[in-house]
Design a protein around this ligand. Structure first.
Ligand SMILES: *Cc1c(COP(=O)(O)O)cnc(C)c1O
Length: 377
């Protein structure tokens, strides 16, 4: 049993065929359709597709004009590119430990990490559970600090009833196959701010700023775009966007299946006192991009033994994610010690992501749970 599986059917094939038949395969009409669907779902003015969430985070740091001398707050437990995005523009990621009950940034520790150089906070909605946005914004707004939502795991996630992605200044989504909706690779930036959208649009397209003013020279076949920015090629192809449009067409079903499976795991695992189940029963906004359990005894070897038992039964699992401060690049560059962010370290050492995907059967789920219960109790 794989940890996840994309849900593809005739809908993707039909739109792929339409795209290929049209002979327009780079960013074009399908990308625009995909962007409109993302914007509608998240109630935002602008959605701009790009090659990955990593690209989206990079575009977000560029749009917020972060650079050398600036500090960007990042939770210590997350995918590594939440931090890389600051490094790409020469800013310094400043790690903050997480709250173990949510796996998201701890707002009290966040406040303590603010300095006069803090220019942005990366609010990660890890595993599909929203970060504490009210607390984050209460810290950020009065100080003029930008809020980037890393919503890679969070398509369909809501915070107090509101979709994530436009609660901060700018949101970043992923369409990697481990996420609820996939285009193979892919991402999107969301924002309600016209200035940020304009910069993202330019930076993902080589820094193009459109046609020069017609008063300089009348427009015609000779007119070429001008480039006032140093940009990148981070465009999504229409081939990928065609898959994305098909995926968005079944988004509500994909999300409700994940929620159902997430809640069912929590019911089935209720009697196992050696693990902590994710919040979710009580927090209705959880999209369950990942279902992540944690062993209460804090013993990495025991967690590993349970994972080995699952692997032997043909069930694929992974640790939750990284304690980023322990990864070589950050550890070496900033002289970080594992014990500086103990919750992040503990979360990496003692979590397991269980298989979850819409076509999973009740029998599959029971097999996973039986295996965990036998190996851990
Ligand atoms: C998956 C993920 C990313 C990276 O997404 P890509 O589309 O693979 O670049 C970034 N942040 C978080 C929290 C993620 O889970």
């Amino acid at each position: 049993m794989n940890i996840t599986e994309p849900s593809f059917d005739e809908a993707e094939i039909a739109l792929l065929r339409e795209c290929l038949d049209s002979k327009w395969v780079t960013q074009g009409p399908f990308t625009e359709r995909f962007e409109r669907l993302i914007a509608e779902k998240h109630g935002v003015k602008h959605a701009l597709a790009c090659t990955s969430c990593t690209a989206a985070l990079h575009l977000a740091t560029l749009a917020l004009k972060l650079g050398p001398g600036d500090e960007v707050i990042v939770p210590a437990f997350t995918w590594v590119t939440s931090a890389h995005s600051a490094e790409y523009v020469g800013a310094k990621p400043v790690f903050v430990d997480i709250d173990l009950s949510t796996f998201n940034i701890d707002p009290e520790r966040l406040e303590a990490a603010i300095t006069p150089r803090t220019k942005a906070i990366v609010a990660v909605h890890l595993f599909g559970l929203a970060a504490p946005m009210d607390e984050i914004k209460a810290i950020a707004e009065p100080r003029g600090i930008g809020v980037i939502e890393d919503a890679a795991c969070a398509i369909g996630t809501t915070y107090k009833g509101r979709p994530v992605g436009a609660i901060g200044d700018i949101g970043c989504f992923s369409f990697h196959p481990r996420k609820a909706v996939t285009t193979g690779e892919g991402g999107a930036v969301t924002t309600n701010r016209d200035d940020l959208a304009e910069r993202v649009r330019s930076q993902r397209n080589h820094g193009s700023t459109g046609a020069p003013d017609a008063s300089i020279e009348p427009h015609g076949p000779w007119t070429m775009a001008t480039f006032d920015n140093l940009g990148f090629n981070l465009r999504l192809s229409d081939i990928q966007a065609a898959v994305g449009v098909a995926q968005m067409g079944k988004l509500d079903r994909l999300l409700s299946e994940r929620r159902r499976l997430g809640h069912r795991y929590s019911e089935l695992l209720a009697g196992n006192n050696s693990i902590v189940r994710p919040l979710g029963g009580d927090v209705d906004g959880h999209a369950f991009q990942s279902y992540v359990i944690r062993f209460v005894d804090g013993d990495r070897a025991r967690r590993n033994a349970v994972m080995a038992t699952l692997a032997a039964a043909g069930i694929q699992t992974r640790p939750g994610t990284h304690a980023v401060h322990r990864l070589g690049y950050y550890k070496n560059k900033y002289g970080l010690r594992p014990e500086q962010f103990p919750n992040a370290a503990l979360a990496e050492d003692t979590t397991i992501t269980l298989p979850i995907f819409p076509n999973m059967t009740e029998e599959d789920q029971r097999r996973v749970v039986d295996c965990i219960n036998q190996a851990s109790t």
